[in-house]
Ligand binder design. Structure first.
Ligand code: KIV
Ligand code: ZN
Length: 387
């Protein structure tokens, strides 16, 4: 199988933690980092060391703890930030510094009041300086999604010459369409001299709900790293959800791209991060929402009872969920009711089912969901009537 590996760069502890109200303490970050390592992520972005003494401390503790993954610290393109990151990462087995600068006209004009030439100068100086501390330096071109492709290619070329091993192409504002983002990656693959010395990375935000689609378009067009977070947490509408890109690549073997993630831990990771961050997961969230494997309409339930594949493209066990569930509502049919009766130990005949189904609908019209206790009570009433 000539499938290529996609590196998974988890930024739950950096971009994910930028969500208002999601602040984690060092112990909580260590718990998540240890589990991310077990999950099989390739890189853990542990924080932004210069941002606060607490974040610095967390990055150094994570550096000591993590056994397999590379540990990465974020910096802006200046010496103080880079020195802080290098110091925080000094005990990491495989340290990475992630440095960069805004490259779109809007960032150059409003954030830096600068020029394209000066931005290239700052970018290359930052990469060269980071390189004096660590071998592995990732460069980000912030707002690459809205940066003109020719200029972006020029920046990337200079960053590679300065020693960058990974080029992060962030769609910082979540503006790009999948086609557009994919073409940007393709353009860079084809036009940046020395691109074979570095890998391209997708870092997509979800402002238009396209972070996952854009990341997938990126890897289809030649990127080999995806930056993502558990449950898609992150600034504003969030980042690419790790569980989504991992399962897209796992389900679509036709893409011939794979990750080293242990998908059976995905549900566990989602619950862990949601609990520690106090951020509930929406029930209909792809892969890890509580409804992701719940079937409630009669037509779907009938199909799933006959064969799971009729309405499920993922085996729930593959993401660590025990079973798909048949939820009994006023939209459920007789087969779902009979299935559930059987499940709780009552084998009902066809005539009994016809009668019980009418009773069931009366309850279901009042309640949102009919549970096993309701079914037990129905059987009791039925037995009393006929006995
Ligand atoms: O969204 C973004 O551009 C970022 C960079 C700092 C990598 O998070
Ligand atoms: Zn980001």
């Amino acid at each position: 199988m000539n499938s290529e590996k996609i590196e998974i760069f988890d930024t739950t502890l950096r971009d994910g933690e930028q969500v208002p109200g999601c602040k984690l303490n060092t112990n909580q970050k260590l718990t998540i980092a240890e589990k991310l390592d077990e999950l099989g992520v390739d890189i853990i972005e542990a924080g932004f060391p210069i941002s606060s003494p607490g974040d610095f401390h967390s990055v150094s503790e994570i550096s000591k703890l993590v056994k397999n993954a590379k540990v990465c610290g974020l910096t802006r393109a200046n010496e103080k930030d880079i020195e802080a990151a290098a110091e925080a990462l000094k005990l990491a087995k495989r340290p990475r510094i992630h440095t960069g600068i805004g490259t779109s006209d809007s960032h150059i004009k409003y954030k830096f009041n600068s020029t394209r030439e000066k931005i290239i100068e700052r970018a290359t100086q930052a990469v060269k300086y980071a390189k004096t501390f660590v071998e592995d330096v990732e460069f980000y071109a912030e707002d690459a999604g809205r940066t003109d492709n020719d200029f972006l290619a020029q920046v990337c070329e200079e960053a590679i010459k300065a020693g960058a091993t990974v080029l992060n192409i962030p769609d910082t504002t979540g503006y790009c369409l999948p086609e557009e983002y994919g073409q940007k990656i393709k353009y860079l693959k084809e036009n940046v001299k020395g691109i074979d010395k570095a890998i391209l990375s997708c870092h997509c935000h979800n402002d238009l709900g396209m972070a996952t689609a854009n990341s997938i378009a990126g890897v289809i067009n030649g990127a080999r790293q995806i930056e993502c977070t558990i449950n898609g947490l992150g600034e504003r509408a969030g980042n690419t959800a790790l569980e989504e890109v991992v399962m897209v690549l796992k389900q679509h073997t036709d893409l011939k791209l794979h990750t080293h993630i242990n998908s059976k831990m995905l549900n566990y990771m989602s619950v862990l991060v949601s609990d520690l961050m106090g951020m509930p997961v929406q029930p209909n969230k792809a892969i890890v929402g509580t409804n992701a494997f719940a079937h409630s309409s009669g037509i779907h339930q009938d199909g799933v009872i006959k064969n799971r594949e009729t309405y499920e493209i993922i085996d729930p066990a593959d993401v660590g969920v025990n079973n798909s569930s048949i939820v009994l509502t006023a939209r459920s049919g007789r087969s779902a009711l009979a299935y559930r009766f059987k499940h709780i130990g009552f084998d009902v005949t066809k005539n009994e089912l016809d009668f019980l189904y009418e009773e069931f609908l009366k309850i279901a019209d009042i309640k949102k969901e009919v549970n096993n206790d309701d079914l037990g009570l129905m059987i009791e009433v039925f037995n009393r009537k006929i006995g």
